[in-house]
Design a protein around this ligand. Structure first.
Ligand code: HEM
Length: 136
């Protein structure tokens, strides 16, 4: 998609837009959980709320903005790996952390694997920024 920003041709990355749309879904889940915790005065799931908001909303929204500003970085292999590792790991991590906090310790191996996969996704993001972020 092409648009003009202050007289300059700017290419909007569909990947960046997709990241932003997914991020805002996490924001809704995160704030609904925050309201539910406040209303029930049960803060057991506080770490889930924090991770959904900070990894799901904030970190993914920043990725969406980075890929929108630097669309050529969004088409790299590292960007594809970043996308799939993050978006497969985060839902599993959210659900398994929730289960752990309500006492289901059997999910610890699943949680550990999802955390490692999420970290690998962020490593791909970091490498992509170092290797592919340059002036277009
Ligand atoms: C309407 C929106 C939100 C509501 C109703 C809400 C509600 C809450 C509540 C009730 C707590 C627990 C406070 C306590 O234990 O004393 C909390 C903690 C927290 N919230 Fe939110 N929150 C909202 C949005 C956000 C957003 C957007 C972020 C981050 C981008 C965020 C990050 C955190 C963090 C980091 C904690 C601390 C977690 C911990 O101590 O383990 N919250 N929030």
């Amino acid at each position: 998609m092409q648009t003009t920003l202050q007289g300059r041709e700017h290419s909007l990355s569909p990947v960046g837009i997709l990241w932003l749309k997914l991020a805002v879904l996490y924001l809704i889940v995160g704030v609904v959980l925050g309201i539910a915790m406040g209303a029930s005065e049960d803060f057991t799931l506080r770490p889930v709320h924090a991770h959904v908001n900070l990894l799901g909303w904030a970190t993914m929204a920043v990725a969406g903005l980075v890929y929108s500003v630097f669309p050529w970085a969004a088409s790299s292999r590292l960007a594809t790996l970043h996308f799939w590792l993050t978006n497969l790991a985060l839902p599993v991590m959210t659900i398994s952390l929730t289960l752990l906090l309500v006492g289901k310790r059997a999910v610890i191996p699943v949680l550990a694997v999802s955390e490692i996969v999420a970290t690998l996704g962020l490593v791909c993001f970091a490498l992509n920024i170092f290797l592919n972020l340059k002036k277009g």
